[in-house]
Design a protein around this ligand. Sequence first.
Ligand code: THU
Length: 161
Amino acid sequence: MIHQHSFAYEEWPDELALSEADRSLLHEARQVTALAYAPYSNFWVGAAARLVSGALVTGTNQENASYPVGSCAERVLLGHAAVRFPNDPIDTLAISYHPKDKSSQVPLYPCGMCRQALLEQEIRFERPIRLILSGMEGPVHIVGSAESLLPFAFTGKGLRS
Ligand code: THU
């Protein structure tokens, strides 16, 4: 038997199509790229999340001379949120990036490790995280949840089965 898996996402030509709240979150993610520490890849990533309470948290990638020690912006953000707002789930997370001294026009999707980390929060809080993905300019993708980016994921359920 053959099964098929699909997922839907929104695509907009630019941030002008977004609601005020989403536009301002994407603006924050774009701005915060300037705080990345990325001397090895020169690939500056910024993430900004609006929590259910309305609070805002941000994260940027933090690299290390021992490359695997570095962290992506998304997981830095999750640590930031967990410490400052431990019981406040993420409603929407915007991600942007740019290579050093350049702009960017293609939406950046979170890496596999970050998809897994985001999914853990969705399971923990029983709430999807909306993702707004865009470069420093140009098209914006909106994905309804991290789960939709990680089909057949390994979760705590798998650990107990
Ligand atoms: N990176 C992120 O921060 N988020 C992503 O979703 C993809 C990759 C970072 C990790 C590393 O510092 C640099 O981008 C190049 O991979």
